[in-house]
Design a protein around this ligand. Structure first.
Ligand code: HEM
Length: 138
């Protein structure tokens, strides 16, 4: 279940940006960020790096097989941020997601009614919505 949740928040992160302020001049790969500038880090884009995630747009929880659960933020995985401002709701979120997914797949089936087109700008969006119909499982 943890791997499924990791993959969901990698691909469908609801946070389009995390904001920081440069306290001093910082040089990153030849680019100078002057002190005082704001920086927007974009987790959904970081999570699609093909050097780190093979076939990055594929929903593949197995990619996390054999890897420890990431309980903080890393350079390549920051669905819940990282560092001092790391999301305090991370564990609650994972419990709620696990409960929801468990009930959804064990008690229900569903079919798509309409929508489902995905855009990434770079935050994830469904411009036509995504309606599904749920049926109780026998
Ligand atoms: C899928 C669900 C969630 C996601 C993706 C998420 C993501 C994030 C991210 C990326 C940050 C860091 C912001 C930054 O670095 O500037 C953050 C901070 C925070 N989150 Fe969440 N969050 C989620 C759910 C929750 C829940 C359920 C709660 C509370 C019950 C919560 C409470 C907070 C708080 C209070 C902070 C600020 C922490 C601080 O600044 O010290 N989050 N969250």
């Amino acid at each position: 279940m943890v791997k499924v949740i990791m993959e969901i928040v990698r691909l469908a992160n609801i946070v389009p940006g995390i904001f920081r302020k440069a306290l001093q001049d910082v040089e990153i790969k030849g680019y100078m960020v002057p002190a005082g500038w704001g920086i927007m880090v974009c987790p959904p884009a970081v999570h699609l790096n093909p050097d780190i995630y093979e076939d990055p747009l594929a929903f593949n929880p197995w990619r996390w097989q054999g890897k420890p659960e990431i309980t903080g933020g890393t350079k390549h995985f920051m669905a819940f941020g990282g560092g001092l401002r790391f999301c305090v709701g991370t564990d609650l979120t994972k419990v709620l997601m696990a409960t929801f997914i468990h009930n959804l797949v064990t008690k229900y089936r569903w079919k798509t009614v309409k929508g489902g087109n995905i855009v990434r700008t770079p935050g994830l969006g469904f411009p036509d919505g995504f309606d599904i119909q749920l049926f109780p499982k026998n």
